[in-house]
Design a protein around this ligand. Structure first.
Ligand code: ZN
Length: 330
């Protein structure tokens, strides 16, 4: 595909990208107040009509650990499934896997941390224990449901600090050995920078060209979209994102959440990529979400509209009034 007007050129094989919505899980789990089940269902149904490739609907974690998602079964039972959209759920352990399978999810997303500190704080076990648990889960679920693994703290840990590429590669190696074909590299607390993203994503991409790789960025420190471009340039074509940037970071109070879905979809479209996402439908869903929350969200696109938005020329500019031009310049 060639874009003569903007000078942007992308090759046909790299023009398709996949956007995977995580607001109902990554976003809602960070909300202080409980979002009523029927409102969650309404939002997920609106998202299903936007053209996103996948929706992470909920998490089958203990309701004590994440009370905000205690209604996982009811949400899964209540949604209307759009053809062509994969409905996934996060699963931390065997018990969660049993619950997810009973609900007929299309995909389970297993989660583990690369770093020991985050693993102990978030999952109360070491990364090696997660791998052992995954082996049991793969034994239970392989052939019945899609299985993906999200690697938290792949780009840095708020407790242990930098995470070496080697550590990430070693974990991916173990996962591939278990038969996992889909892996998400997560910048869980927004520590990644674009140079680091290009390096790690490029390395994993080159080592396992057939592996389905997703990048999951948080915009905690304003590097989210830049990291997405770096991942794209390293050969990643799947991105997790959250409607209106919903979500947060427990280790950076008040910080924004995931990369904002509508901002990401808009940027990719402006760059000449095809995500299959209808921006208008996404903005409608974003407005539905804004109406459900008691706090503002951080969607640039909702505020500014798309880049091709045009404004009527001010009257003084149309008439060429120099007095008007001088006033405006001040
Ligand atoms: Zn996340």
């Amino acid at each position: 595909m060639r874009r003569e007007d903007t000078g942007i050129m992308t090759s046909p094989e790299k023009s398709r990208v996949f956007i995977q919505e995580v607001a109902p899980r990554d976003g809602f789990q960070n909300e202080a107040g409980f979002i009523p089940t029927e409102r969650k269902i309404a939002l997920i149904d609106a998202l299903g009509a936007t053209g996103v490739a996948k929706i992470e609907v909920t998490s089958f974690t203990s309701s004590k650990a994440i009370p905000a998602l205690a209604d996982a079964e009811s949400v899964m039972a209540g949604i209307r499934r759009h053809p062509g959209v994969a409905y996934a759920a996060l699963v931390p352990n065997v018990r969660g896997c049993e619950r997810a399978l009973a609900c007929g999810v299309d995909e389970i997303n297993l989660v583990m941390s690369v770093s020991a500190g985050h693993s102990l704080a978030n999952l109360r076990r070491l990364p090696a224990d997660s791998l052992a648990e995954f082996e049991r889960i793969v034994g239970m679920a392989a052939g019945e449901v899609g299985i993906a693994v999200s690697l938290s703290t792949a780009f840095g840990c708020p407790f242990d600090g930098p995470v070496a590429e080697r550590e990430v590669v070693d974990v991916v190696e173990r996962l591939v050995g278990l038969g996992i074909v889909s892996v998400t590299l997560c910048d869980t607390t927004g520590m990644a920078n674009p140079a680091q993203v290009r390096s790690l994503c490029g390395r994993v991409r080159a080592r396992w060209p057939g592996l389905q790789l997703t990048a999951h960025f948080h915009d905690t420190r304003g590097m989210g979209l830049a990291n997405a471009v770096a991942a794209l340039e390293a050969g990643i074509d799947r991105f997790d994102a959250s409607l209106s940037g919903l979500g947060g970071c427990p280790y950076a109070p008040g910080a924004s959440g995931n990369v904002c879905t509508e901002d990401l979809a808009h940027m990719l479209e402006a760059m000449g990529y095809r995500s299959g996402v209808d921006l208008g439908a996404l903005l409608d869903a974003s407005r539905v979400l804004a109406g459900m929350l008691d706090h503002p969200v951080s969607s640039h696109l909702l505020e500014a509209g798309p880049w091709h938005r045009r404004y009527p020329l001010p009257a003084f500019a149309r008439t060429g009034s120099m007095a008007g031009l001088r006033r405006h310049a001040q």
